[in-house]
Structures are given as structure tokens and as C-alpha cells.
Design a protein around this ligand. Sequence first.
Ligand code: SAH
Length: 225
Amino acid sequence: MARLSHAQARREMVERQLVRRGIVDAGVLQAMGQVPRELFVADDLARYAYDDTPLPLANGQTISQPYVVALMVEAARFGRGDRVLDVGTGSGYAAAVLAQLASKVFGVERYAELVHTARQNLARAGVTNVEVFEGDGSMGLPQHAPFGAILVAANAPAAPHPLKQQLAEGGRLVIPVRADGYQDLLVLTREGDKFSEKNLGPVQFVPLVGEQGFRDTRGGGAGID
Ligand code: SAH
């Protein structure tokens, strides 16, 4: 059987992996149906771009499974006019999805090589409202705060204080946090000086390595105490 075209495969991905698993936000489904994921993976992986799985990137990192990206973006519930922070930009794919729904996306990635690739991928995909910075995203991007939402694509020992502080009122931080060996995807919503918390369940992400994250790539010691 001939392989599906990327556009067909993308439509099937939206239906089978997202709609059937309960993603309902029309904007999120539309954005996921628009962004060409094949442009965010290495050429030899393009034929797997719409598979129900994470895929490898450079430096031992991974582009998240489409469903997990949709789940995080849906949970972030920001508005069209909002600025959004994407921590752990990797390939730039999640940033491209966010860019369909926000006015501006700021991405932070710690590996220079991935920063370069993300910029290239975003340009190839025609995405113009994402700016990618190289650095430690566990500290956020104070010069561009506050953000309507912050999405973190790497797991942390706890929700980093600087990220919570950089949320706008009502803004949401979506972050995988490790507790006793497994990770939970948490959604923190800013309500004045307080934060309400919701747990979306178990997930698996690479470690957030930085001042407010883990100290090394093995996810060993926490950088904060
Ligand atoms: N959203 C990405 C997923 C990339 S995986 C995508 O759609 O492709 C998570 C990324 O987080 C990796 O690229 C890793 O290098 C990056 N990362 C880990 N710790 C970081 C930190 N402190 N600051 C910025 N990026 C970090």
C-alpha cells in the first residue's frame, strides 16, 4: 500500500491520536492539523512524523509525541493576544503549534545546535512569530515576562519559582514534575499570589537541566534545594 501523503497522515493523526483521546479544543486541533511535523524531524525520520510516538533529535533529546503536545497546549488555555514562553524548544515543533494560537512565542533551548535547528525548522515551516533564545529556560525569560502561559517540555524536580513569577494573572504553567521516580504533568494557574494546581497524570520527558532544574542529564541531583 502506498504511504499516505504528509497532509493525509496529519489529518489521521488529528483524528486518531487527538480527537479519539479527548482533545476537544478546536483551535488546538486546527493548529495540530496545520503544522508540518515532518519539517521538524531529520529527513530520514520524516516518514514517521505522524506516528504516535516521540522521535529522536540531536544531543539525545526528543520531539514529544503529538498527543502530549496537544494535551499541553490545550491545558495552557491562553488567548490569541497572549505571549507564550516555550521552555525546551528542541526542534521548534511545539513552538510552531503555539505560534498558531498566540500572538508571540518565546522559545528557550539550552543546546546551541538545537537552537540553530529550531530556527531553521521554523523558517522552513513559514512560522514568523517565534523567537528562539539559547540559555537556561528554568530561569524563564524575565525581560519578556509576563506570559499568558509557560510550557516546559522537560521534567523538573519542582515547578521553578522564576517561571511561576513570570506568569501573568490567570496565566498557566504546564510542566512535568518528577515525584518519586515518575513524572506528573502539572498545570499551575496563577491567582494573585497563589497558584492552583491540577495533575494531568503520568508522562515521560527528558530532564530540565539548569539552575532550577536538575544538575546533570541523568536527572540525578536537583539543582535547587
Ligand atoms: N518542545 C520540543 C521538545 C524538546 S525535548 C519539541 O517540540 O521538539 C526538551 C528540550 O528541553 C530538549 O531539547 C533539551 O535540550 C531542552 N532543555 C533541557 N533543559 C533545559 C533548560 N534548562 N533550558 C532550556 N532548554 C532545556
